[in-house]
Design a protein around this ligand. Structure first.
Ligand code: HPA
Length: 246
């Protein structure tokens, strides 16, 4: 049985319906992960791992998340595949607040993050293939669950990952749109690449929580983002429960 690990983003620090059996306080060669890895079981018996990307309570900003420790800890805990939940801004006109996206591609605009396990004194210099960052089978499972729960979603999209923690300028979003980005977030990288380095299939369930900069007539407020998160996270939890127990 595949043991899935969920990496919960902003607004998702716990999973409903999951009985937690253990909180694994792990140390890794890269330091401590954002939070203990929670190991739990759904009533139907499926074992699931859960990690709050920003800590629990939420306290670590996107550029300071120890992505290497997080991915290492999940692999150590027995994860065989990863579903990442990410709150994003909508760039493409189809990416309205409340819409879900299962990105199939990404562009990395981050800088200065610890982004690889392959550094230091190495026996072999390694370049992992990253042509297709997201796992097709896992995306299909998520799509089936989104269908089942009648959620509005796009089965494809390009995720642009910015450095944060500030939001983008209008010109940056216009550039990202010209580059082909449909959604923008701050936590997709290096998480996806590190999962690939550890050979863990990885998919992203992205929830649009605001129109990206310049995509509406108003400025982006935290209140707007929090409202969208509150409205969307119930559906995220139902979709995850569906994927994890089917
Ligand atoms: N930009 C970057 N990251 C985000 C946004 C945004 O507009 N909304 C939620 N995460």
């Amino acid at each position: 049985m595949t043991v899935y690990a969920i990496i919960g983003g902003t607004g998702l620090t716990q999973l409903d319906g999951l009985t937690i059996n253990a909180a694994l306080h792990l140390d890794t060669p890269y330091g401590a992960p954002s939070a203990p890895v929670l190991r739990g079981q759904y009533a139907s018996g499926e074992e699931v791992l859960f990690l709050a990307r920003h800590g629990h309570p939420h306290r670590i900003p996107p550029h300071q998340v120890n992505y290497r420790a997080n991915l290492w800890a999940l692999k150590e805990s027995g994860a065989k595949a990863i579903i990442a939940v990410n709150a994003v801004g909508g760039i493409h006109s189809s990416m309205a607040t409340g819409h879900f996206c299962l990105p199939h591609q990404l562009i990395d605009y981050t800088s200065g993050r610890e982004h690889t396990f392959y550094e230091g004194e190495l026996e072999h210099v390694t370049h992992v293939d990253f042509s297709h960052p997201y796992d097709t089978a896992l995306r299909a499972k998520l799509a089936a669950a989104l269908d089942q729960h009648r959620c509005s979603y796009s089965s494809h999209g390009v995720y642009g990952c910015t450095q944060g923690p500030r939001l983008e300028t209008v010109a940056e979003i216009a550039r990202m749109e010209r580059d082909g980005c449909d959604i923008v977030g701050m936590t997709g990288m290096p998480e996806a690449a590190l999962a690939r380095e550890l050979a863990l299939p990885y998919a992203c369930l992205a929830l649009v929580v605001n129109p990206a900069a310049g995509k509406s007539n108003t400025l982006i407020t935290m209140a707007e983002i929090e409202r969208a998160l509150e409205e969307g996270m119930g559906r995220v939890k139902s979709v995850l429960a569906h994927v994890l127990t089917s």
